[in-house]
Ligand binder design. Structure first.
Ligand code: FES
Length: 244
């Protein structure tokens, strides 16, 4: 298991891919960890760091895919080459990649953790679902991915034959995937403040017990959380503005 480190790293590039931004940062001594693990990125001008899955790992850089839905993510998407940000990771539980019949399943920004999984696993079959064609441009990050756009759902692309599913996407998609593939490994999103188990801000209920998604997830096998886990930065930002 890779040891997390906290380092200041320079941004090497920021590129648009459809509606999303690929933020590239110098890797330095940071280990990439496993697909499905995440890093906390400091956000200039914001108190709290934000969690992002590792999207791609190169020898010299780590790549994160960011959906600009609120003030913090907009700030990250506007970073320029040469600026410096704090990076802490890799954190959490990643995907097991030594499976016999892998199928990567992604929905929306959940695609973010799958390019690295595809890289590590030798480009296994992949199905991706998006709401719009602009979002679907991110599918180019995964060679040969099969893509659908709503109203068609990505669960319609999952074959009836038994496969080993590794999934990341919105909460309703993950519950639908679980119904089709009860043993699927699924990466969940939750609000996270510390990223290493100290603040209990990411607790969800799984099988009658409480789990901190940052240390016992974000990848959970089989049983999905029974409490809502969705982290919606846009809703949080709207709430903050309404309170102001
Ligand atoms: Fe702090 Fe999980 S984010 S305990």
């Amino acid at each position: 298991m890779a040891s997390p480190r906290r380092e200041s790293r320079r941004v090497t590039a920021s590129e648009r891919i459809g509606l999303y931004t690929m933020l590239r940062v110098e890797r330095g001594r940071l280990e990439a960890g496993l697909p499905g693990q995440f890093f906390m990125l400091d956000v200039p001008g914001h108190v709290m760091s934000r969690p992002f899955s590792i999207c791609l790992a190169r020898k010299e850089e780590l790549v994160f895919l960011i959906n600009p839905v609120g003030p913090a993510t907009h700030t990250l998407c506007e970073l320029q080459r040469g600026q410096t940000i704090g990076v802490f990771g890799p954190l959490g539980n990643g995907f097991r990649t030594d499976v016999a019949r892998p199928l990567l399943v992604g929905g929306g920004i959940g695609v973010a953790s799958l390019p690295y999984a595809a890289q590590v696993m030798g480009n296994p079959p992949t199905v991706l679902g998006f709401r719009t064609s602009r979002q679907a441009e991110a599918a180019e990050l995964i060679p040969k991915a099969e893509v659908c756009i709503e109203p068609k759902l990505v669960t319609e692309l999952i074959p009836a034959s038994a496969v080993d599913v590794l999934a990341c996407g919105p909460e309703p998609m993950l519950h639908a995937v679980h119904a089709l593939a009860p043993d699927a490994q699924m990466a969940w999103e939750a609000p996270m403040a510390c990223g290493f188990g100290a603040c209990y801000g990411c607790v969800v209920e799984v099988g009658g017990g409480s789990r901190r998604l940052c240390v016992e997830g974000p990848v959970i096998n089989g049983r999905p959380p029974s409490s809502p886990v969705i982290y919606d930065e846009a809703a949080e930002a709207a709430g903050a503005e309404a309170e102001a």
